[in-house]
Design a protein around this ligand. Structure first.
Ligand code: XMP
Length: 519
């Protein structure tokens, strides 16, 4: 275990991911956690992240110097590097030379940390203060024009630091610097692999559920719920039932993929609830985006709870029922970190008001992905043998195509959008772009019509808008520069093959200001 101490910048999650890419398990802890508590967890190394402050600011988040006396390897980056310098007896000063963005760095004596890294390369900086003197016993390894001490190490004390942000992609060789620290200086072993994750999680879930009752998992068609379900299936077999609500707002082929491919890959019990009519009836006449979302959300909960009651009904009235039911959720590590939760398993128990279930039935959450990042979830999915279509699926909103039809949602309009969307996804896959494009919603402007000409005739059809974006986490996004040939093929095919669509437009708005979805 490597602990990443978060000093309040957005970099801690990225650092934790990079550590795991080096195949060393990592977790994030807040800088407010007492040092004894950090050490009590027995970390093999501690990384001090960057942060927004100056070490001189009155309210600057600090760290107890005891962290440097424990014999535990420590690595500092940016602000963490300055805290280290200060805590170990070096000097940090406001030199007046600020460096932001791409900065050339010169490696002097490379030491262990910068071994085999080019003497001149560029790194990502973001700092005002600078370290002007390294602590006693530390060798200075690199400098920049504005920073005499840009990296230092003491292999005897197993500590090192860099002024830059090795975790961002703009820093050349950043991953190697991090690996030199983890593997060569701190002596961590690269044993965190997907096989281990799967086995560990299966063991954990067996320990949590034991032989107490049944579990239920809602499948959305997306990767998170599918992987969560597949892990729990491995752990408890037939006592898991998956419920998939088909609200009729799915993409083409999606329901079939879940019914056929997911079941084939996992052998899980699956209940499919066909609720298309119910959802379309409820959505009839609604054009306001928020009202659509609320309607879909409300109907979804009703349908899912009814299915839950049907599935669990006999489990909790049977002979050896102990009135515990487990609800599997695909919560990911970023959600856990962002909601302020620390490590450990969640044991949240909640009473569920579901018609048809006994009042005192307790639901316990099972969250097999609680420690994982999205890219790890995909790797685990592959490890578990889930189909690539599911593992590499683009994120898809809960309200489905309902919020990609601008105007009222009808079955006819859904069919049009499903066809256009299927073509766009097919061409994206054919061009090998699935892993570069975060997602590409296709939006039907159902209340807009435009004139076109096709063959000898005038057409009066609807436009669709392609919304390809790149992103790391959907919080921000940029519009993706799709190759012209790919756009051309998508446009030609959609206008030829989908009779009602006679125009294809492309959305070139970043987020912010635009959201990814149109509604
Ligand atoms: P926006 O449109 O807010 O979307 O930029 C950010 C990401 O979230 C997805 N999204 C949703 N996911 N339920 C979901 O599960 C929703 O109601 C919902 N709305 C948007 C969207 O596809 C994008 O990945």
């Amino acid at each position: 275990l490597v602990l990443v101490v978060d000093f309040g910048a957005q970099y801690a999650q990225l650092i934790a991911r990079r550590v795991r890419e080096a195949r060393v398990y990592s977790e994030i802890v807040p800088h407010t956690m007492p040092v004894e508590e950090m050490l009590a967890r027995g970390p093999k190394a501690i990384i001090l992240s960057g942060g927004p402050s100056s070490v001189y600011a009155d309210d600057a988040p600090g760290i107890d110097d005891a962290i440097f006396d424990a014999g535990t390897p420590v690595f500092g980056m940016c602000y963490g590097f300055q805290l280290m310098a200060q805590g170990l007896g070096g000097t940090v000063a406001a030199t007046g030379s600020r460096e932001y963005g791409r900065t050339p760095v010169s490696v002097g004596e490379a030491g262990t940390l910068l071994a085999d890294i080019p003497a001149q390369h560029s790194v990502w900086m973001s700092h005002g203060d600078s370290v002007t003197e390294a602590p006693d016993g530390f060798a200075v390894l690199a400098s920049t024009e504005g920073t005499p001490v840009a990296a230092f190490e003491s292999t005897a004390r197993r500590m090192a630091g860099v002024q830059w942000h090795p975790e961002v992609l703009h820093s050349e060789h950043g991953q190697r610097v991090l690996e030199h620290f983890l593997l060569d200086i701190a002596g961590c072993r690269p044993t965190w692999t997907m096989v281990n994750i799967v086995e560990e999680q299966i063991e954990r879930i067996r320990a949590q559920i034991g032989d107490r009752g049944k579990a239920i998992c809602g499948l959305s068609g997306g990767v998170d719920s599918a992987v969560a379900a597949a892990i729990v299936q491995r752990a408890i077999g037939d006592r898991l039932t998956c419920v998939y609500v088909d609200h009729g707002l799915m993409r083409k082929g999606e329901t079939e993929q879940v019914e056929r491919d997911f079941v084939a890959a996992t052998g899980a019990n699956l209940v499919v609830v066909d609720a298309e009519k119910r959802f379309l009836d409820a959505l009839s006449g609604i054009t306001d985006p928020e009202e659509k979302r609320k309607t879909i959300g409300r109907e979804f909960i009703r349908v899912f709870e009814q299915a839950e009651a049907d599935v669990l009904g006999d489990a909790v009235t049977g002979e050896d029922a102990d009135k515990v039911a487990f609800l599997v959720q695909g919560t990911l590590y970023p959600d856990v970190v962002e909601s302020g939760g620390g490590a450990g398993t969640s044991n949240i128990k909640s009473h569920h008001n579901v018609g048809g279930l006994p009042d005192d039935l307790e639901f316990e959450l099972v969250e097999p992905l609680r420690t994982l990042f999205k890219d790890e979830v995909r790797m685990v999915g592959e490890q578990l043998g889930l189909p690539a279509d599911i593992v590499w699926r683009q994120p898809f909103p809960g309200p489905g195509l309902g919020i990609r039809i601008i105007g009222e949602v009808t079955r006819e309009r859904l069919d049009i959008l499903r066809e256009a969307d299927a073509i766009a996804r097919e061409e994206l896959t054919r061009a090998g772009l699935d892993r570069d494009i975060w997602q590409m919603p296709v939006v039907l402007l159902a209340d807009v019509r435009s004139v076109g000409v096709q063959g000898d005739g005038r057409t009066y059809g609807h436009p669709v808008v392609l919304r390809p974006v790149t992103s790391e986490d959907a919080m921000t996004a940029d519009w993706a520069r799709l190759p012209y040939e790919v756009m051309e093929r998508i446009s030609t095919r959609i206008t030829n093959e989908v009779a009602e669509v006679n125009r294809v437009a492309i959305d070139i708005t970043s987020k912010p200001p635009g959201t990814i979805e149109w509604e």
